[in-house]
Design a protein around this ligand. Structure first.
Ligand SMILES: [Zn+2]
Length: 82
């Protein structure tokens, strides 16, 4: 094995560990953000008249909203009467 082999691998390993730690921290931040949004949205929908939330839209950018017997996506043009 070349003399530098081990230290190169150690450097790569440290880089991966740092990247992983950064991702874990990012994931935790995202989790908190989603939880806050869910709690806020649940209350906003509960107190709004005649609005409810359906499943995810096929565009993947939003959940569907149901209002006045119409299912619609606020992000794309999808709209359907229910
Ligand atoms: Zn959509």
């Amino acid at each position: 094995m070349p003399a530098g082999g081990r230290s190169i691998r150690t450097k790569q390993c440290l880089r991966i560990q740092r990247r992983l730690a950064a991702l874990e921290s990012e994931l935790e931040t995202t989790r908190e953000r989603v939880r806050r949004l869910e709690n806020t949205l649940r209350e906003a929908v509960r107190t709004a008249d005649d609005v409810s939330i359906g499943g995810p839209c096929s565009c993947g950018e939003s959940l569907l909203l149901v209002r006045d017997r119409t299912l619609y996506c606020p992000e794309c043009r999808y709209r359907r009467t229910v």
